[in-house]
Design a protein around this ligand. Sequence first.
Ligand code: DX5
Ligand code: ZN
Length: 219
Amino acid sequence: MAKKIAPSILAADFGHLAKAVSQVEAAGADYIHIDVMDGRFVPNITVGVPVVKTLSKLTSLPLDVHLMIEEPERYLDDFAHAGSSIIVVHAEVCRHLHRAIQHIKELGLKAGAALNPGSPLSLAEFVLPDLDLLVIMTVNPGFGGQRFIPACLPKITAARQLIDAAKANVELEVDGGINLNTIEMAAQAGADVFVVGTGIFNEKSIHDTINSMRKLVGA
Ligand code: DX5
Ligand code: ZN
């Protein structure tokens, strides 16, 4: 599977989101990753439906919408209508994960499930054939700019093995603390999609950083 870079706009200058999106698009980004936080599932509050809607008009790249919210089922329709391409829900908050995934697919979108660093892979194992994206969090969700947790590497490897053994058509995404120093080990562990926030937007050249990352992961 082709390796993909998904810049997280959480680390961009919110006063110039349109510029940030066009910069990463010009630099060859594959997805735009949008971090939606509710102050309950995670301690932080970020953006919601109106920002997804605005961004969908600014780019032709797929919007990878990462819902870090309680009861995500209540908001799937709204985020779909706002222009999301992929909706990711956390397995920890979905009492009916299978149902939530089916709902996302019925809305015509790609469905993803995310796992916190402390969550077992088995939480998503039996929905694997229904998923388009499996997200292994490599930080505790809630904030950009945290350090990659190396203890998550064996879970990336195990997820890779699970996907390959099942011959499932699922992209394996890693999210949190990915930068020029950590991206290679995540790629070696088997990740396909790399969410990068501060590791792109805090660098001097967005273009050069994305290019270097592509080289490091062999994309
Ligand atoms: C963390 C979010 C991430 C975050 C990544 O809760 O899910 O997507 O934006 O930021 P960095 O790349 O700075 O760790
Ligand atoms: Zn995210």
